[in-house]
Ligand binder design. Structure first.
Ligand code: SF4
Length: 387
């Protein structure tokens, strides 16, 4: 990173989404694959300074034109009120808050106190609350730091202090979980009337505690057929409750889709600041180092925090477009596709299209090519067949 670059001719715009990564959590969940740590809270002040410095680099070198901000983690609300205030005022001194259509912060129910709910209301317009389940025995299995009553208390506080756009994260496929319990979770979540519900399958990653337990035969997840049933029934109950699906795992009330995430799946440009954050703009992709201490050190010495960078070739752009668009219910728009890649999607992939439409895994009509709910369950395999 070179903070002394000329600012006379700034490329414009840099990106439309800004992501800020906060890697601190009160307690590490055994399934968690995110860059998050429960043993370094003492680094938080220096870390905030570092990420504001990284953002300043972007401000000095690019014409920033963000319309969404997403503060994720980790658990951003694990920061103290003072740290949150400092973080928000630092960000808003560099980016134009008035242009932001959506400002999201992720929160763990246990961390939402009366004072933090006030800080959030003053600084964001959307809160994403990690609930996962309302069943105590499953919360314990997931080593979540909160119980079900904390979910209700956090939701109530957020509403009390005026947060009008709330997402609840719900997980299915937990060891020992039945479809009836999954549906009960959805009904309890919908009864709170949030604007958005993320409903996603537990994925076990090798390098996590759950990965180790699975290898040792100590973690038994529901069979694939049961998982599929949970997903299809769950999606149906969500839609009956007024939450329309717009992505594999995301459902919302009308007009309440997450704008920031929709930009990822478009796929659009974005800038990520903080340890492990990824960026994609000006024809390149970057990924920052995961190590929080090293990230702070690099920013202190004006060194580049990126661990990897790559130019986006026409091949990777095509792959990204198909892969990300097929996550969306809207799928691949043939006109957008032709404009971007200068060839016809339908002609090029006619065999694949007819194979999956015949199997009921996809639909292809004037609106484009998109996966059905059954298709979403096999999305990895379907996407692979294009390459
Ligand atoms: S609270 Fe979220 S980010 Fe933190 S360890 Fe648990 S799943 Fe990971």
């Amino acid at each position: 990173m070179d903070n002394n670059q000329s600012t006379d001719q700034k490329p414009s715009p840099a990106a439309s989404g800004l992501y800020v990564h906060i890697p601190f959590c009160l307690q590490k969940c055994p399934y968690c694959d995110f860059s998050s740590f429960d043993d370094i809270p003492y680094l938080a002040d220096n870390y905030i300074e570092a990420l504001l410095r990284e953002l300043r680099y972007y401000k000095n070198n690019f014409e920033l034109n963000f319309d969404t901000l997403f503060i994720g983690g980790g658990t951003p609300t694990a920061l103290t009120e003072k740290q949150l205030d400092y973080l928000f005022s630092g960000i808003y001194s560099m980016v134009n808050r008035k242009k932001m259509k959506e400002i999201t912060v992720e929160a763990n129910p246990e961390t939402v106190t009366e004072r933090k709910a006030k800080v959030l209301e003053a600084n964001v317009n959307r809160v994403s609350l990690g609930c996962q389940t309302f069943h105590e025995h499953h919360l314990k299995k997931l080593n979540r730091i909160h119980d079900a009553s904390a979910i209700y208390a956090a939701f109530e506080l957020l509403r009390k202090y005026g947060t009008k756009n709330i997402n609840l994260d719900l997980m299915f496929g937990i060891e020992g979980q039945s479809t009836a319990e999954v549906l009960e979770n959805i009904k309890k979540a919908a009864a709170l009337n949030p604007e958005h519900i993320s409903f996603y399958m537990l994925t076990v990653y090798d390098h996590t505690e759950f990965g180790r337990l699975k290898d040792e035969g100590l973690l038994k997840l529901p069979e694939d057929e049961i998982m599929e049933h949970m997903y299809l029934k769950g999606a149906q109950v969500l839609e009956e409750a007024g939450y329309a699906q717009y992505e594999i795992s995301n459902f919302s009330k009308p007009g309440r889709q997450c704008i920031h995430n929709l930009n990822y799946w478009k796929p659009g440009e974005y800038v990520g600041v903080g340890a492990s954050a990824a960026s994609c703009f000006d024809g390149s992709r970057y990924k920052n180092i995961d190590d929080v201490s090293e990230y702070i050190k690099r920013l202190k010495t004006d060194s580049d925090p990126a661990e990897t960078s790559e130019k986006i070739t026409p091949e990777t752009a095509l792959k990204d477009h198909i892969m990300l668009r097929l996550r969306l219910v809207a799928g691949i728009d043939p006109h957008v596709f032709r404009d971007q890649f200068s060839f016809d999607f339908e002609s090029k992939y006619s065999n694949i299209i007819s194979q999956f439409t015949k199997q009921g895994l996809a639909i292809n009509d004037s609106r484009g090519f998109r996966l059905t709910k059954k298709g979403f369950l096999l999305s990895n395999e379907i996407i692979q067949s294009f390459f």
